[in-house]
Ligand binder design. Structure first.
Ligand code: AMP
Length: 605
């Protein structure tokens, strides 16, 4: 299945497209964040300044530069400047544990890290230079570096970025993507779903997720405006709704989980609104809810390895089946059987993707690259490769593609791509853990949780120490909500893990016998509210995350407590304290009584 073509983009780079637009509409608003904004002219000037500083320090074609910044206009300038200087950027999420960042820094052998002064101390060590972007801007403000000096032989075939994604062997792997692939993608998206001057897109996605590339660059090549949400706003339905409504947003790209946040906050939509959804399967009820509220709803599909999105489908309001549609420009989709032959229309097989979006491969992982990026037998282009997605799909007679889930143990939770094997390896690296199996369970509809099952030696680590271990190595979204200690992992007769026999994690409350009668009103309130948010009982000496909380639930709790008490809990404190410790900071007489009576904790007491 092939698309209608656009000219190939071998010479063009992402920053060329942005510059060309800036020359067309210099005074239009390019980007906003909080109270700050930049016109295209200002964005270009800031980019040139930082690019000049980078060049002066030795960044050039192919230099790897880490981006360790909070979401802001500076982040956008930093990304464009690295590209402008000829370099390749690597997102280093400041929220990731130091061990993970350290791996990314050493694996990519990066030479520079661009950060902000407030985060500079957290940048992992190594032989690289660390630069704070606002310092660079201040220092270079007066320098008169000619723009052309930032241009050398950099080409569309150079790497635009390297993104680290979960790896089943226990460490994340870097996916390397060339400019020509991003350029092809952006041009295709500009045509369909379409974006133009006057459009305003709200960017909500973390930079470590490749789809942030659409949010940050598509508006800038089309003369629109990108409004950058902070991390907290992006995880909070009420804040998202307020931003969408108050900032005149008419395009939003989000995962199904984030769309639900917005709908749960009571967002009513708008006939002029374009909703882009992707990153995980779109549930039918969500499709109906969104299609009824928006002018256009699009389902977008594709792995990081083939550059952001590879297929798209305009979702009809009355659809009965969710499809992922047809390929974007210069992209071909094949559904193949195990021996690499095309299967007939209607028959399921592995979705394989060819064309301009196919990435260069995994950084320093030639074997894995060769396994997943295979020679494309259906292409006339010398050296063309196909990426084997590991997704099962089938082609329909009208040429649309249906995606039917994974053929392996990769899962998506709240839009995050996770190899369960990576979490298992991290559990196994803890002292005393003899076996570890991790699965994603959906014991209540829509509530997908990661559960880890471990067999530990006598007297060895209990769940609490294991949680600590895992949290020190993996980002929050990969930390299982429950850890269950078993005597043995149940096996099938063929020796494989009998996943169906793995028990649901026991409800914690029924067995705990917690008496809260002597607790302070603030503690009783906090225990009850946490129990309600998590959907399970909690105890005063529990940590919110150990008790089954995750990042989105944490934001829900923080907002709830703020609404009820006027006090805003700090996310880091929530991660590192017990509920008793947190309750000490709450006003003792300012908590609502209603939340205490009939709470989950009181019921289970
Ligand atoms: P990532 O590399 O994080 O973009 O994740 C890519 C994987 O997410 C794909 O291989 C699919 O398994 C899944 N995925 C992405 N978009 C969709 C979609 N629209 N429908 C179904 N699955 C999707």
């Amino acid at each position: 299945m092939a698309d209608a073509s656009l000219p190939a983009a071998t010479e063009c780079r992402v920053e060329h497209l942005v510059r060309a637009q800036a020359i067309r509409t210099p005074d239009a608003l390019a980007a906003e964040s909080g109270n700050a904004s930049l016109t295209y002219r200002e964005l270009l000037a800031a980019t040139d300044r930082v690019a000049a500083a980078l060049r002066a320090r030795g960044v050039g074609r192919g230099t790897m530069v880490g981006i360790h910044l909070e979401r802001s206009l500076d982040m956008l300038v930093a990304l464009l400047a690295v590209m402008q200087a000829g370099g390749t950027y690597i997102p280093l999420d400041p929220d990731f544990p130091p061990d993970r960042l350290q791996h990314m820094v050493s694996d990519s052998s990066l030479s520079f890290v661009l950060t902000q002064s407030s985060l500079a101390a957290d940048v992992p060590g190594g032989g690289h230079q660390v630069l704070a972007v606002e310092e660079v801007m201040r220092r270079e403000a007066t320098s008169n570096f000619p723009v052309d000096a930032c241009r050398d032989a950099a080409s569309g075939c150079d790497l635009a970025y390297v993104l680290y994604t979960s790896g089943s062997t226990g460490l994340p792997k870097g996916v390397a993507i060339e400019h020509r692939s991003v350029v092809n993608f952006l041009r295709s998206m500009q045509r369909e779903p379409g974006m133009g001057e006057g459009d305003r897109l709200l960017a909500v996605t973390t930079l470590s997720f490749d789809i942030a590339g659409l949010e940050l660059y598509l508006p800038l090549i089309a003369g629109g405006t990108v409004v950058i949400a902070t991390r907290d706003q992006a995880m909070d339905g009420d804040a998202l709704r307020a931003l969408v409504e108050s900032r005149g947003i008419n395009i939003l790209q989000a995962t199904p989980s984030s769309w639900r946040l917005l709908l749960d906050a009571g967002w009513q939509g708008d006939p002029g609104f374009k909703a882009l959804c992707g990153g995980e399967p779109m549930p039918l009820d969500l499709a109906h809810a969104l299609a009824a509220r928006c002018g256009e709803l699009w389902n977008l599909y594709g792995p990081t390895e083939t550059t952001i999105w590879s297929t798209l489908w305009r979702v009809p309001a009355d659809c009965r089946q969710i499809l992922v549609g047809k390929p974007i420009a210069n992209t071909r989709i094949h559904v193949l059987d195990k021996s690499g032959r095309r299967v007939p229309v209607g028959i399921p097989g592995e979705i394989c993707i060819g064309g301009d979006g196919v990435g260069r491969g995994y950084l320093h992982r030639d074997e894995l690259t060769a396994e997943r990026f295979v020679p494309d037998p259906f292409s006339d282009v010398p050296g063309a490769r196909l990426y084997r997605t590991g997704d099962q799909g089938r082609l329909l007679p009208d040429g649309n593609l249906e995606c039917r889930g994974r053929l392996d143990s990769q899962v998506k939770i709240r839009g995050y791509r996770i190899e369960l094997g990576e979490i298992e390896q991290v559990l196994l690296s803890a002292e005393g853990v003899a076996r570890a199996v991790v699965i994603a369970r959906e014991d209540a509809p829509g509530d997908v949780r990661l559960v880890g099952y471990v067999v530990v030696g006598a007297g060895e680590a209990g769940p609490h120490a294991l949680f600590e271990h895992v949290r020190g190595k993996l980002p929050g979204y990969m930390v299982p909500q429950h850890l269950v200690v078993l005597d043995a992992i149940p096996l099938l007769p063929n020796g494989k893990v009998d996943r169906k026999a793995l028990p649901a994690p026991a409800s914690r409350g029924t067995t705990r016998g917690i008496d809260l009668s002597a607790a302070s009103p603030a503690l009783r309130y906090l225990v009850a509210t946490c129990a309600e948010v998590i959907g399970d009982a909690v105890a005063p000496d529990d940590n919110f995350f150990d008790a089954g909380g995750h990042s989105m639930l944490a934001i829900k709790l923080i907002n709830r407590v703020q609404r009820d008490t006027g006090m805003r809990l700090n996310l880091l404190a929530l991660a590192s304290s017990t509920l008793s410790q947190l309750a000490e900071a709450l006003p003792q007489d300012g908590v609502p009584e209603t939340s205490i009576a009939g709470s989950a904790a009181a019921t289970h007491a």
